[in-house]
Ligand binder design. Structure first.
Ligand code: GAL
Length: 349
């Protein structure tokens, strides 16, 4: 019989090992520990729902809140290992701390699937039972700016000072998070490419972090409106929660009211409240960060690794290297632009 990593054990030895560690859940399905960086995060709530749904009938998932503290997450991982989980899905608090978690798991030969917060490439490379499921952050930044450029093309009067440039402000996610860094860089690169091709360029008036958080974004946006009265022509937010916080501040400053004063705001994620805001016309657009596919793929890889089957056969997209150029242990789930034209396709998913 195959046991975890394929060692054939005699029945006597197998019985004693099972009695000690009991690696599979009572149903005979694999037991998977899932550590979430923090529960109070809209996008990760969607990923949690997807993991639970995908696990039905094939895995027992033990999900825990790391409370945005790496030390808490390290303890959770120790506990999962003590409980004899067959695989781990980890959404790291601090993505540079992955090496420590990998060491712990490797010592027990428990495979790890990281999700949403990308460890260093060297960490993923350090053991062949480590995987990463995420999305190419830069693409979402590019798509956000494309949504804005389309809007300005159709609404030339949105260029308030008529200088052929979009004066914009940015609300960034957590500093050091690959999505915050790469999305924000892609905004700048995409405006530069547009300008180089004879289209509109962009001028960043101000950028500040709101840590992915709606309430903080509302405060930051209010401050930006005070710093640049009547000069801001667009708002780019690294996620929908922050875009929605910005919209609140804009409403208080007289936007989206009866007199029709409008500000193009673009978010990322296509969360349920984000899609509602596209529907009610306050959010110009967003980009689908596909929580359902990411959660499902992570769960299916963890199950395959637990059962000793091929993870590549368990998911719909190819497993690639970090740069996507060859085979490897990364899953890159594509982003999609979401605007008034297509938002309905993404509702109730
Ligand atoms: C991003 C997502 C953000 C936030 C973050 C947490 O991918 O766009 O909204 O949830 O992950 O790590």
């Amino acid at each position: 019989m195959k046991f975890k990593h394929g060692i054939v054990l005699g029945s006597f030895l197998m019985a004693s090992v099972l009695a000690c560690s009991g690696p599979k859940g009572e149903s005979g399905n694999p037991k998977i520990g899932f550590a979430v960086f923090k529960y109070d995060n809209t996008f990760m709530s969607g990923v949690r729902r997807a993991v639970d749904k995908a696990a039905q009938g094939k895995a027992v998932v033990l999900t825990q809140d790391s409370q945005d503290q790496q030390a808490v997450q390290n303890d959770l991982v120790d506990n999962f290992l003590t409980q004899g989980v067959d695989a781990l899905i980890i959404n790291p608090v601090d993505r540079t701390a992955a090496a420590v978690l990998i060491q712990k798991a490797k010592a027990q030969d428990v495979p790890v699937v990281f999700i949403n917060r990308e460890p260093e490439e060297a960490d993923i490379a350090s053991w062949d039972r480590v995987y990463y499921v995420g999305a190419r952050a830069a693409d979402s930044g590019t798509m956000s700016v494309e949504i804005l450029l389309d809007y300005f093309k159709q609404n030339p009067s949105a260029d308030l000072n008529g200088d052929g440039m979009i004066q914009y402000v940015v609300l960034t996610g957590e500093p050091g998070h690959q999505d915050a860094v790469l999305r924000t860089k892609a905004y700048i690169d995409t405006f530069a490419a547009s300008k180089a091709n004879g289209g509109m360029g962009g001028q960043e008036l101000m950028s500040d972090t709101a840590m992915w958080d709606r309430a903080r974004a509302q405060e930051k946006m209010a401050a930006m409106l005070t710093s640049y009265p009547d000069r801001i022509e667009a708002v780019l937010a690294n996620n929908d929660d922050m875009a929605l916080g910005a919209i609140e501040a804009l409403k208080q400053a007289g936007y989206f009211g009866k007199d029709g004063k409008f500000m193009p705001v673009v978010g990322i994620d296509a969360t349920a409240p984000g899609l509602d805001a596209v529907e009610n016309g306050t959010l110009l657009g967003t980009v689908l960060n596909d929580a359902a596919s990411q959660g499902t793929d992570a769960l299916n890889i963890a199950v395959a690794l637990s059962n000793g089957t091929d993870p590549a056969a368990a998911i719909a997209v190819p497993l690639t290297s970090a740069d996507g150029q060859s085979a490897g242990r990364y899953v890159w789930v594509p982003y999609q632009k979401v605007t008034r034209e297509n938002y309905r396709n993404f509702m109730n998913k």
